[in-house]
Each structure stands twice: as C-alpha cells, then as structure tokens.
Design a protein around this ligand. Sequence first.
Ligand code: NAP
Length: 209
Amino acid sequence: MRLALFGAEGKVGAALLPVLERAGHTVRPIELGDEPDVRGLDAAVDFTTPDAAPANARAALEQGVACVVGTTGWDPQPLHELAVASGLQLFVAPNFSIGAVLMMRFAKEAAQFFPRAEVIELHSEQKKDAPSGTARMTADLIGGDPVIHSVRLPGLVAHQEVIFGGEGQLLTIRHDTTARESFAEGVLLALAKLRSLPPGLTVGLESLL
Ligand code: NAP
C-alpha cells in the first residue's frame, strides 16, 4: 500500500517505518510542520500526540484516505460520521501489541471470578497522557471502576499489571512491551484488514483477531 505515516520521527514512528517498508509498503513520512497532504494514498497511519491526531485523521478522511491511528488520549467518536459519509474506515487501537490485547481478554475473563481489581500501568516518562488508553480500556472491560495507577519512569517502554484480589488469593496478569517493534505486527494486521471493515470508526485490535 502507499501510506502516509504521521509522526514518522517519533519513538513509535521510527520503529514502525522500516517494518512497514520491509513488508512492501511505500511510506510518506509526515512530521510536525509538514502539510498533511495524503491525497491519492491508500491509507494514513498516525502515531503523534493527542492534540495532533484528531486534525491528522480529519485531514486524511477529508482527502479520501482511510486511517489507522495508534495515538492515545483523544476521542475519535466525533470523526465517525465523517468517515461513514466518506465511505472510509477509521481504525483506532489503544494498543497494537497482540500480547496486550490477550492480557485484556484474560483480565475480562478473570473479572467474573474476583470481587476486586486494580490496574498498574507503567510507561516511559515522555508519555503525554495518563492513565494510558490500554488501562482505560482494561478498566472498561473489567467493570466496577477499578483504580488505575500510572507510573512514568525512564527505562520503561509500555507495561501493565492487572491484580485481582479475592478471599486468600491474588491473581496477577502482566504484559511487558520491551521494544516498540511489538506494535508493528498489529499495525500490519490493521492495514491488511482495513478495507474489509465497515466505513466509520472501529476501535480495538481485538475486533480484527
Ligand atoms: P513521540 O515519540 O512523542 O512521537 C510523536 C511524534 O509525532 C513526534 O515526532 C512529533 O514531532 C510528531 N508530531 C507531533 N505533532 C504532529 C503533527 N501534527 N503531524 C505529524 N507529526 C506530529 O511519541 P510516541 O512514543 O511515538 O507515541 C506516539 C503516540 O502513540 C502517543 O499517543 C502514544 O501514547 C501512542 N502509542 C500508542 C501505541 C499503541 O499500540 N496504540 C503504542 C505506543 C504509543 P515533535 O517531536 O516535533 O513534536
């Protein structure tokens, strides 16, 4: 596919770009200050900031280009109508790592058997939003409004623990992202399935698995 990559010089973008190219895609990198010109491309991918992603996704949809967005900390719902009206897909996932999606699936199952849970999410100190999109999605899946603890420290990439407490027992479900390449597999999957999704907003990698 011919792709635009918003945020190509960011931490995720820099890891993603060579993986996309190795998979046979051609990539137009778009950084802060560049014109968001994506006309004629097959899809746009966005890993930028919560402030930039809504405008980037809107610009892509207005130019007739479907979008895959990994940026967290923004609400894509207002773009649903535009995507439907344009007959285009807007796919947004708070976590493109398959292991993290499985962690959420297992947490949802465990929640049926334990009365209480808390979520600890740990990310690099540069991460702009807290709690993380993955932690908020996990909390929604578990239900019961669990407390979320956010840790921001150097040395971390993206990690999450869900701790369930019951009578005389604890269950911990943990996922660790040790390199940002882990997100690339999910982005490639989303690109491969993008055209088969209905026009409008689809949220979460689990909807593709
Ligand atoms: P980052 O290192 O700060 O990279 C963001 C990049 O976007 C920077 O190069 C930034 O440029 C650029 N940028 C800012 N505004 C832009 C605009 N209007 N157009 C184009 N580029 C723009 O952040 P990151 O760690 O790569 O993460 C990016 C986003 O992805 C965050 O929201 C993070 O939470 C999310 N994320 C999602 C997943 C997932 O699986 N869904 C995984 C990891 C991260 P400047 O440096 O010049 O500002």
